[in-house]
Design a protein around this ligand. Structure first.
Ligand code: SF4
Ligand code: SF4
Length: 162
């Protein structure tokens, strides 16, 4: 299992939390928060505690907020044992022309501070360990879900096939 990635200063995230609130419950949310995916995920993809989502209203907008977000400290209450896809963020799994890829979500303000070589290196590590070790059934289930993900602002950086 790829170790914690791309250390982002906690203070930076506490000012942001963009990746812990979502416009829709099944897009860019942690895989382990989705009831249909949770049971098939291998242990390494789930965090110590499974997140759920709760609807909150912020500036007149309805958002799905992760229940592991501690509102008093504005930090992740499950860190550093949070779900795999949270740990690799701003790297995200996406579908590109029907194939799974890793991309970097430039909507994360810190993504601009991470060197491209570092992102590429981490993406390779994820491909060679985490992705490679998934069963074909889990891969195909995840791929079916990736078709719904938002990809605006996501730059593809590595194909997970081949
Ligand atoms: S979007 Fe990026 S900077 Fe913002 S909380 Fe998430 S990881 Fe941190
Ligand atoms: S598990 Fe933690 S990092 Fe992931 S969405 Fe929830 S609060 Fe954010």
């Amino acid at each position: 299992m790829t170790k914690d990635l791309l250390p982002i200063p906690q203070a930076f995230c506490q000012e942001c939390r963009l990746c812990c609130r979502f416009l829709e419950p099944d897009r860019l949310t942690p895989f382990s928060s989705r009831p249909e995916l949770r049971p098939i995920l291998p242990e390494g993809f789930r965090g110590k505690t499974d997140p759920d989502l709760t609807l909150v209203r912020v500036d007149e907008i309805d958002l799905w907020q992760c229940t592991l977000l501690d509102e008093s400290s504005w930090s992740c209450s499950s860190w550093p044992n949070h779900p795999f896809d949270c740990r690799i963020y701003p790297l995200v799994l996406i579908l590109r022309e029907g194939s799974p890829w890793l991309g970097v979500d430039t909507n994360c303000p810190f993504s601009l501070h991470i060197h491209r070589d570092s992102l590429q290196e981490k993406a390779l590590s994820i491909k060679d360990t985490d992705w490679k070790n998934l069963t074909d059934t889990v891969k195909s289930t995840l791929i079916a879900h990736l078709g719904k993900e938002f990809t605006d602002g996501v730059l593809p950086i590595l194909s997970l096939e081949g």
